[in-house]
Design a protein around this ligand. Structure first.
Ligand code: GCO
Ligand code: MN
Ligand code: MN
Length: 388
């Protein structure tokens, strides 16, 4: 019997804000009582998570005094020691406080832009203090409802200026910290700048220190945009930029649902897990989701356990896919190569181009071959449904 329990080397992490989500939505107030960061760490320890991540204000409320902050940090540190949980990632809340109503780094108000930098460098210090090696940037309010309000060009330049400033800060303090940018197309703003992982990857190439900056793609955010999440992850991986990942689930075309990982689109989740495991992704598997509003804290534990269990099941399914003789034989056939085209493919040479111009291709013959993808897909479905 396969063991589906979470293990430290799965690197399963949750944000304080995920298991600490109290069920409020735009139509109703909280349905779960408050828990302290230390209590949430114990909850995560109980379900077998490896790590916990936080926004500055998940840990320390924005108005806390220095004295209060020290007491919270002490309790949190003790909870980490008691449970053995680590803090691989930290981030800044640049969206909840009303000062950020028109964005943080992209705000039209220079006071807001300066305050956002101050808040972020303090939050970086806090993350590093707890051992974080990855720092996430999610620009939830970096957008508009009306494009008459803000120049899209200024916004992208201000974003770049802020990221350059923050990279220099990390270098100046000699922190061992990588930065990971998280895209989202909309919500809470009507439109958010750099809306997809692909936009972020392009944005990074224009920074002063692109080597320090990667991406933190999130399943739900790309599904909201109606695009294939795994494809974006593969592109980030190929570029050496997959620094972190936010796992959850989402029906396309709906509000931001943050569903339990794999609970909506099992097939997409399978290809994602298969990709991460096949390439040997070593980073955190971070769940950025929350329990249904209907749940109490027992339900929150069910939610957290479910995220990890589904990942481990899909990891086992991926191994089964890779070892399945029929599937592998089919894949070998699909990818068959008699090397007749080798003179024309690969790196460019003048000779290759000249030879290509003379080559005759029997288009109907090539096109007539059935690719057997229907059979392959049904074998995959059989496997996922547990009848293989
Ligand atoms: C969202 C985002 C956030 C970020 C988090 C860390 O849709 O609200 O996914 O949960 O991931 O703020 O940057
Ligand atoms: Mn999200
Ligand atoms: Mn996220």
């Amino acid at each position: 019997m396969f063991d589906y329990s979470p293990k430290p080397d799965h690197k399963f992490t949750f944000g304080l804000w995920t298991v600490g989500n109290r069920g409020a939505d735009p139509f109703g107030s909280v349905t779960r009582p408050h828990k302290t960061p230390a209590e949430l760490v114990h909850l995560l320890g109980e379900v077998g998570a490896y790590g916990v991540n936080f926004h500055d204000n998940d840990l320390i409320p924005i108005d806390a005094t220095l004295f209060e902050a020290e007491a919270i940090k002490k309790d949190f540190r003790k909870a980490l020691t008691d449970t053995g949980l680590v803090v691989p990632m930290a981030t800044t809340n640049l969206f909840s406080d009303p000062i950020f109503k028109d964005g943080a780094f992209t705000s039209n108000d220079p006071r807001v832009r300066a305050y956002a930098l101050q808040k972020t460098i303090n939050a970086i210090d806090l993350g590093v203090e707890f051992g974080a090696k990855t720092y996430v940037f999610w620009g939830g309010r970096e957008g508009t409802e009306t494009d008459s309000s803000k120049s899209a060009l200024d916004a992208i330049q201000r974003s770049r200026e802020a990221m350059n400033f923050l990279c220099e800060y990390v270098l100046d303090r000699k922190y061992d910290l990588k930065l990971a940018l998280e895209a989202k197309p909309n919500e809470p703003r009507g439109d958010i700048y750099n809306p997809t992982t692909g936009h972020m990857l392009a944005f990074i190439t224009r920074l002063d220190h692109p080597e320090m900056v990667g991406v933190n793609p999130e399943v739900a955010h790309e599904h909201m945009a109606g695009i294939n999440f795994m494809h974006g992850v593969a592109q980030a991986w190929e570029a050496g930029k997959l620094f972190h990942i936010d796992l959850n689930d989402q029906y396309p075309g709906r509000y931001d649902q943050d569903l339990r990982f794999g609970s909506r689109d099992i097939k997409a989740a399978f290809y994602l897990v298969k990709f991460l495991e096949d390439v040997g992704y070593q980073g955190s598997r971070h769940f950025d989701a929350h329990a249904y509003r209907t749940e109490d804290y027992e339900g929150v534990k069910d939610f957290a356990r479910g995220c990890m269990r589904t990942y481990v099941i899909l990891k086992e399914k991926a191994a089964q896919f890779n070892a399945d003789p029929e599937i592998q034989a089919l894949l070998a056939e699909i990818n068959a190569d008699d090397h007749a085209m080798t003179p024309f493919l690969g790196e460019y040479t003048t000779e290759k181009a000249d030879a290509l111009k003379l080559q005759l291709f029997d288009r109907p013959a090539v096109a007539s071959r059935g690719l057997q993808y229907e059979r392959l897909d049904q074998l995959t479905i059989d496997l996922l449904l547990g009848v293989r």
